[in-house]
Design a protein around this ligand. Structure first.
Ligand SMILES: Nc1ncnc2c1ncn2[C@@H]1O[C@H](COP(=O)(O)OP(=O)(O)OP(=O)(O)O)[C@@H](O)[C@H]1O
Ligand SMILES: [Mg+2]
Length: 376
């Protein structure tokens, strides 16, 4: 996508899943930080009224003397979006949220341009940022519709268990009509597996179901016909759950942790496919990012104290499974006995898996018409 008439291509990604607590905010923040650390200008937009992304990035929720919020952008098309962007790091910027955002839906009821407000703001912002990551709330209302209208791609953070996969099926069905009504350019980039535990039998089975599902969709012209399961999965890592309380990304809080390594590798994948798409030669990562990625894993905990009150409970992090679980090709970080290959709370019976498979959208019998329109 080109913005504001400028030639610089911009990759706008909405991180979306109507299921709560699947890792949308964690992935938005840490993937964006890793992309920025790799030397790419990145903007994070917090579209969730809880403002967790804003707090995670160490920012004040709500307007400050220096900046407005995404609420201002949605409510008033005349607001300068640049006045709602805050610097986080040299290459990382963010547009904060506020709790008033929850009222935007009611306040804009019946307004014919209500779904295109964010898209308009990004266009006016121009190509200042090469990557724009939009964190969506766990619902499909006005806020998420603004993200769908503004984005080029949808990235779906999910956990590899039954309810999450059922949610992906519904979500994919939602992106289809969303594309027709709001944004014919929109595609589903794929799925990022969060809080992943490859030693749980059912997690492996869900991955084994997802990959052929997307393969079968190739060439159908559907929004998700080029979607993929992104690698690597993000392992469950307690450091990722701790760092929001310190207002820090995982790269700041524990750059040696498996969570930092996973998001850095995911960022490399996201950057590499983008460079390929726009025909740019692969660029070496800056020395700082490269050395952080290669850093050893000392055991020393950070000395920072929390800057925001920690959430009482991770929304969907089961207790007692917070160790870093092993994946194929990655070092085994798990404690002995932490995750048994047998049935766990995430495991399903064969009958349940059968039901699940039936809930994924069926591959079409005849190809849907391919997009004929793109956005300027
Ligand atoms: N890989 C991980 N390892 C451990 N904890 C994680 C991991 N990813 C996310 N969490 C924790 O799980 C909880 C839910 O994650 P997060 O807030 O990112 O989900 P969400 O999809 O944005 O939720 P919501 O739908 O409420 O906005 C948080 O407490 C977060 O710190
Ligand atoms: Mg969130």
């Amino acid at each position: 996508m080109e913005h504001g008439g400028q030639a610089r291509p911009v990759r706008v990604i909405a991180l979306m899943n109507q299921k709560g607590g699947v890792g949308k905010t964690t992935t938005t923040v840490n993937l964006a930080a890793a992309i920025a650390a790799a030397g790419r200008d990145t903007l994070v937009i917090d579209l969730a009224p809880q403002a967790h992304t804003t707090l995670h990035l160490g920012q004040t929720a709500g307007p400050t003397d220096d900046s407005g919020t995404v609420y201002d952008i949605l409510l008033d098309e005349g607001v300068d979006p640049a006045a709602c962007v805050r610097p986080v790091d040299s290459r990382l910027h963010m547009m904060p949220s506020e709790t008033d955002l929850a009222a935007a839906e009611t306040e804009l009821t019946g307004n014919p341009t209500r779904h295109g407000r964010l898209a308009g703001a990004l266009h006016r912002l121009g190509g200042a940022h090469e990557f724009v990551l939009i964190d969506c709330p766990p619902s499909l209302g006005l806020l998420t519709m603004n993200a769908l209208a503004a984005a080029d791609e949808v990235l779906i953070p999910m956990q590899a268990h039954f309810l999450a996969l059922q949610g992906v099926g519904k979500l994919l069905e939602t992106v289809g009509p969303g594309r027709q009504e709001l944004n014919p350019h929109l595609t589903v980039a794929g799925v990022v597996l969060c809080m992943h535990d490859n030693q749980v039998t059912h997690a492996r089975e869900v991955v084994a179901d997802l990959e052929p599902f997307f393969e079968n969709e190739r060439g159908t012209g559907r929004a998700w016909s080029d979607a993929r399961v992104y690698h690597p999965p993000i392992r469950r890592n307690i450091k990722l759950a701790e760092c929001p309380s310190f207002g820090q990304t995982i790269m700041q809080y524990a750059p040696w942790a498996p969570g930092a390594s996973d998001y850095q590798k995911l960022a490399q994948t996201v950057i590499a496919e983008w460079d390929l798409a726009i025909g740019r030669q692969p660029q070496p990562a800056p020395a700082a990012a490269a050395s952080a990625a290669a850093a050893p894993a000392p055991e020393a905990p950070p000395t920072a104290t929390p800057t925001v009150a920690p959430s009482p409970e991770p929304a969907s992090a089961p207790s007692g499974t917070e160790g870093d679980q092993a994946l194929p090709n990655l070092p085994n970080q798990s404690e002995p006995g932490q995750s048994e290959p047998g049935r766990s709370e995430h495991d399903l019976s064969d009958a349940e898996i059968h039901v699940l498979r039936g809930r994924l959208p069926a591959a079409p019998t005849s190809p849907a018409p391919a997009d004929t329109q793109g956005r300027a």
